[in-house]
Design a protein around this ligand. Structure first.
Ligand SMILES: Cc1cc2nc3c(=O)[nH]c(=O)nc-3n(C[C@H](O)[C@H](O)[C@H](O)COP(=O)(O)OP(=O)(O)OC[C@H]3O[C@@H](n4cnc5c(N)ncnc54)[C@H](O)[C@@H]3O)c2cc1C
Length: 435
């Protein structure tokens, strides 16, 4: 798994290690690995400190419990316009596999196929209004999705499709998150643009890509190392691990998810707005199910509530001949998924299907994620402003949860890592100049 240039140290209880590198990077997801590579390119050493026993974070590519095929339990799709992650992949020799083209769609209302001219017309009318509003999306950004539905009298039939796409965009309580998470100028031409966006997957898995980036960076990687404290000492930074080890460096880049930062003690404390955000967290609570079914043709998308799940896509035929159906829902609606519930949802959308099994990862319960991708509550949107995260001279922040033009996406992880590593480069050079 690791290149020969990466070394993992057993944690040594209570030991203080003098400066371990120029920069300690907290979190070995895509942002952490990218920051390490960016720093290495500029001649700075780094140590990646990762709580899990593997790199990747919310990029989790592991064998499906049923088929053994490597599938994406976290993020999986890469957009065509996400140039930075594509450049990174090319640099470390990782390629892409196109998603199956759309072969058909099925629509549901209250668990049943949408049928009849009246229902279809009602649905189309509501969707047309939604797409029209998307052209001037900014004027609705202060509304939650639920408030928007009411304010614009969106029909139930249209709500069911909008909520389907919400599970792969806003992904949170529709009563607490801005409609702007989905209502963007891009969807003015129709919501299917969201499926078009999911253009490619990473060959071998995004986790593999993260490992490759970390390996090429030459950074030292410490796995199973849970950070509990980050102290700006005035001249550098000291990072405390759960086992008592203390590591010091010139700077730290914190690349752990925002929803986990409440478990880390910062000294001096985070500025009030950042601390408020860490306390509340973001609302991303999607559930992604990797369902194996027989008899389903790839390329079909099913939209609307089907026994809890709202968005189903028949992705590809697995090596064992089953079809991998990717299902999304919201945790609060689906609860703990069961074979019975998943079968009911899939066969509502695909009556021809025979569900074999399913696998998933509970990101909301995961202590090192505490949620899926970022979905800012309306009352904390201002707290994401980078100005609220830049108080400490020796501590920087990165990760897809933070503000960037592609916040929430892999591309956002890369962009924020590059920004943080560039700032680190400037600070390290300035520190050198003072010596
Ligand atoms: C189900 C799901 C589907 C998604 N789909 C897509 C998609 O199709 N396309 C897309 O672009 N994006 C998608 N995303 C979002 C994408 O996965 C994330 O934006 C991206 O992986 C975040 O990378 P990151 O490095 O910022 O954070 P992470 O990957 O979360 O990395 C942070 C790391 O910090 C570690 N950590 C946490 N706490 C500590 C601690 N105290 N000490 C040490 N380490 C710690 C974690 O273990 C983790 O490894 C999806 C996400 C999920 C969950």
């Amino acid at each position: 798994m690791r290149s020969s240039r990466m070394s993992c140290h057993a944690n040594t209880t209570g030991i203080s290690e003098m400066q371990v590198a120029d920069v300690i990077i907290i979190g070995g997801g895509l942002a952490g690995a990218t920051a390490a590579l960016w720093l290495a390119d500029r001649g700075h050493s780094s140590v990646i400190v990762e709580a899990r026993d593997h790199l990747g974070g919310r990029a989790r590519s592991r064998p499906h419990s049923g088929s053994g095929e490597i599938v994406e339990f976290g993020g999986g799709w890469i957009r065509k316009d996400h140039a930075q992650i594509r450049n990174l992949a090319a640099r470390v020799g990782v390629g892409f596999t196109p998603r199956a083209p759309l072969a058909g769609r099925r629509d549901f209302l209250d668990g049943h196929p949408l049928d009849g001219d009246a229902q279809a017309a009602e649905s189309e009318g509501g969707l047309a209004r939604f797409c029209d509003d998307a052209k001037a999306a900014q004027q609705f950004e202060d509304l939650t999705l639920s408030n928007y539905f009411d304010a614009r009298s969106i029909s139930d039939a249209a709500r069911r499709e909008i909520l389907a796409w919400w599970t792969i965009s806003g992904s949170a309580d529709a009563g607490r998150v801005s409609v702007g998470e989905l209502l963007t100028p891009k969807v003015a031409s129709g919501l299917l643009i969201k499926l078009e966006e999911l253009a490619d997957t990473v060959t071998g898995g995004v986790e593999h890509l993260v490992r490759r980036i970390a390996a090429v960076s030459g950074a030292e990687v410490r796995l199973g190392a849970v950070v509990r404290s980050v102290t700006d000492t005035g001249t550098g930074v000291e990072v405390g691990l759960a086992d008592g080890t203390r590591l010091s460096a010139k700077l730290a880049i914190v690349a752990a998810p925002i929803n986990t930062l409440r478990d880390i003690v910062f000294a001096p404390p985070l500025p009030p707005e950042a601390a408020r955000l860490c306390g509340k967290g973001h609302g991303g609570r999607a559930i992604k199910l990797l369902i194996r079914a027989k008899g389903v043709v790839p390329g079909v998308v099913a939209l609307g509530e089907t026994a809890g799940l709202r968005w189903l896509y028949a992705d590809h035929i697995a090596p064992d001949g089953t079809t991998l159906v990717v299902g999304f829902g919201l945790k609060d609606e689906v609860g703990e998924p069961s074979k019975q519930g998943v079968t009911a949802a899939v066969t509502a959308a695909f009556p021809e299907a025979e569900v074999v099994d399913f696998d998933w990862h509970d990101w909301t319960a995961d202590p090192f994620a505490r949620g899926t991708w970022v979905s800012p509550f309306l009352d904390t949107v201002v707290a994401y402003d980078p100005a609220n995260w830049s108080a400490s001279p020796h501590v920087l922040f990165a990760g897809s949860d933070h503000v960037s033009p592609e916040q929430g996406w892999f591309e956002g992880a890369v962009l924020t890592a590059q920004t943080a590593a560039s700032a680190a480069d400037r600070r390290l050079n300035a520190m050198k100049g003072k010596q």
